[in-house]
Design a protein around this ligand. Structure first.
Ligand SMILES: Cc1cc2nc3c(=O)[nH]c(=O)nc-3n(C[C@H](O)[C@H](O)[C@H](O)COP(=O)(O)O)c2cc1C
Length: 134
């Protein structure tokens, strides 16, 4: 079955545990309703999110997310059809950013603006490998 997937990055605004928990509760509730699964990598300096599901739902979700004032500078790096889900077991897997994404110094140095779609996709494929193995 074909699904649609999108990956964006953004800069957290007002990042703390309460805010993050609020986002995750809201995201999981809405994603269960919409048939969306995915993963959110988060750190004080960056969000990276992978969303997969029916194309219309993924696009509507991204449109809502772009207007959310809990983050800034939403940049979509990937929006494409895919053969299968990579995070099918998770309404939204949460990952406190691990070493396989950019360092804080790399981000401060402009890594997000230089990012290729392959590079951001690979961060999540690695996360999916780990999550699906566990
Ligand atoms: C980093 C981040 C990730 C989010 N992830 C999702 C998500 O996966 N699904 C979702 O429906 N909303 C997500 N949201 C919340 C949306 O921006 C929005 O608040 C929510 O969908 C409710 O929209 P509504 O009030 O217009 O119904 C996220 C917000 C942020 C800041």
């Amino acid at each position: 079955m074909t699904v649609f997937r999108a990956i964006y990055t953004s800069t957290p605004f007002g990042f703390d545990e309460n805010t993050l928990n609020g986002i995750l509760v809201q995201a999981r509730r809405a994603n269960e309703r919409d048939g969306i699964t995915g993963a959110l990598i988060c750190r004080a300096d960056i969000y990276l999110q992978w969303l997969e599901g029916p194309e219309v739902k993924v696009r509507e979700t991204i449109a809502r997310i772009k207007h959310d004032d809990r983050h800034l500078e939403v940049q979509v790096h990937v929006a494409e059809p895919a053969d299968e889900r990579m995070f099918g077991d998770w309404a939204m897997l949460h990952d406190p950013a691990q070493t396989w994404i950019w360092s804080q110094a790399e981000i401060a140095g402009g890594a997000v603006d230089r990012a290729t779609s392959q590079e951001v996709t690979d961060f999540f494929l690695r996360l999916a490998d780990n999550a699906n193995a566990g």
